[in-house]
Design a protein around this ligand. Structure first.
Ligand code: 5GP
Ligand code: ZN
Length: 105
């Protein structure tokens, strides 16, 4: 499958990884739009929120809990941050592998 994020998961292309476990990987966005801009993805390839199934409920909870942990680690929790999921072309989604943006100034 020609998915750039799956290639990052498989270490076929480099990324600045800030967190990784069995189910999730998080890395610095290549074109940051804030001083902290992390992309958090499940290792399972899911195109978009539109394609989520009931079985993905726990995984998506884990995605948000990982964002919380990374925000704590990067010490932006007190100041505050944004979590963003773009959905489909109309929502501005460019990479068709579901992901959460963590954005902080
Ligand atoms: P979307 O617009 O789909 O919500 O966000 C995709 C994000 O992935 C963009 O912010 C873009 O800069 C980032 N991105 C795309 N390709 C790469 C890549 O090869 N490496 C990294 N680190 N980020 C990427
Ligand atoms: Zn993928």
């Amino acid at each position: 499958m020609d998915c750039i994020f799956c290639k990052i998961i498989k270490k076929e292309i480099p990324a600045e990884v800030v967190f990784e476990d069995k189910a999730i990987i998080a890395f610095k966005d290549i074109k940051p739009i804030a001083s902290v801009h992390i992309v958090i993805i499940p290792k399972k390839h899911i195109n978009s929120v539109v394609n989520l199934k009931k079985e993905d409920e726990v995984l998506m909870g884990k995605l948000i809990m990982t964002a919380k942990k990374i925000a704590d680690d990067l010490k932006v929790s007190e100041k505050g941050y944004k979590l963003l999921i773009r959905v489909g072309r109309g929502g501005g989604q460019e990479v068709d592998h579901i992901h959460l943006h963590l954005l902080a100034c």
